[in-house]
Design a protein around this ligand. Structure first.
Ligand SMILES: Cc1ncc(COP(=O)(O)O)c(C=O)c1O
Length: 370
């Protein structure tokens, strides 16, 4: 039976094997494993790619969020507005610094935070808004920044799923006070383990993150503040420098696969991913919506036919056990709850073939025809 996995990370390595093997060997030859020369080079190249002044790499996307919040002195007694329809790390980072996440429901079309609902959630304690460019589609940043300006709130992008995505011609990660990226291997720009970065136009924020990532110290054994041990390994930076050169090409392939799926599935009783005209979706995930009840049956049917699928996310964050003390109940955020029952991610990667897309689409059609 044909097998089409949900994601295909290994093919990235096979395409770039000669360069990656050589780069990793070089790092071993130099043995500058922590904050070695590749780290600085990648930071410069990623800044150039995005069109932003500063990139500060850290150990993960989660750390990127935590360090941004810490750098902005957000903590105990503060509230941060965000979306319930994201990976746990978005809210976890807020809670980790001692602040309270306040969840605002999502737009059903893009699954991103609904800007029209943000103002109702603002209180005297609100310090920041964290929109997430979920699945690779940018959030409504003009509207969110306008609210941020009006109420004097920081805006922090969670761009962990959106390397290369664009909003009104500008790259995700350049649209707010500071942004968090994840280079987890399954991300569209992924390294060979954990990795992340903060991007910002504001030098003072970048400086603070640089200080925090090395134990609050610029000068060895002299510590200005309590920090973290959160650095991107040199090996990871070396791998990312190679993959960054491929990012636009790979994102275009993802967009092409999305177009092929859209064409093949357009007449079936399901909702296809939505791309706003001012946005460039990079399809970190290709997520369809299927009527509640049918979704799991379709996933089973596809699995039986060798097709991998995923549910991002089965439980919205406001209903997670870890968020119980925040006091949300079923019915609090209807759009996010509905989405969690209907979403299904289909195989997506830059290395998926047209035949694979055709096979997956034909199996979905077969399911609805039976
Ligand atoms: C939206 C979002 N935020 C944050 C993270 C955390 O990133 P990491 O796994 O690199 O800590 C991820 C990815 O896992 C993510 O998808």
């Amino acid at each position: 039976m044909r097998k089409v996995p949900l994601m295909d990370i290994r093919s990235q390595y096979l395409e770039l094997k000669t360069d990656i093997d050589a780069a990793v060997k070089d790092v071993f030859e130099r043995s500058d494993f922590v904050l070695g020369k590749e780290v600085e080079a990648f930071e410069r190249e990623f800044s150039d790619y995005l069109g932003i002044k500063n990139t500060v790499t850290v150990a993960s996307g989660t750390d990127a969020l935590i360090l941004i919040l810490d750098a902005l002195s957000i903590g105990k007694g503060d509230e941060v507005i965000t979306t319930p329809f994201t990976f746990f790390a978005t809210a976890e980072s807020i809670m980790r610094v001692g602040a309270k996440p306040v969840f605002v429901d999502i737009e059903p079309e893009t699954f991103n935070i609904d800007p029209d609902k943000i103002e109702d959630a603002i209180t005297e304690k609100t310090k920041a808004i964290i929109p997430v460019h979920i699945f690779g589609h940018p959030a409504e940043m003009d509207r969110i920044n306008q609210i941020g300006n009006e109420y004097d709130l920081f805006v922090i992008e969670d761009a962990c799923q959106a390397a290369g995505a664009e909003y009104k011609g500008k790259k995700a990660g350049t649209l707010s006070d500071a942004a968090a990226f994840s280079f987890f291997p399954t991300k569209n720009l992924g390294c060979a383990g954990d990795g992340g970065a903060v991007t910002t136009e504001v030098d003072a924020i970048a400086e603070k993150i640089r200080l925090l990532r090395v134990h609050g110290s610029f000068q060895k054994y002299y510590h200005e503040t309590i920090g973290y041990n959160s650095r991107l390994d040199t090996i990871q930076a070396a791998v990312l420098r190679i993959k960054l050169k491929k990012l636009d090409e790979w994102n275009e392939r993802r967009r092409n696969i999305a177009r092929l799926y859209n064409e093949a599935l357009s007449d079936l009783p399901l909702v296809l991913p939505f791309e706003k005209p001012e946005s460039k979706h990079i399809y970190h995930l290709y997520v369809i919506r299927v009527e509640e009840g049918l979704r799991d049956k379709l996933a089973d049917y596809l699995e039986k036919n060798g097709v991998g699928t995923g549910i991002y996310y089965p439980v919205p964050l406001h209903l997670q056990e870890a968020c119980e003390e925040l006091g949300y109940k079923e019915g609090s955020l209807i759009q996010a709850e509905r989405a969690s029952k209907e979403v299904l991610a289909l195989p997506m990667s830059a290395h998926l073939s047209e035949d694979d897309v055709e096979y997956v689409s034909s199996k979905i059609r077969e399911f609805f025809n039976n």
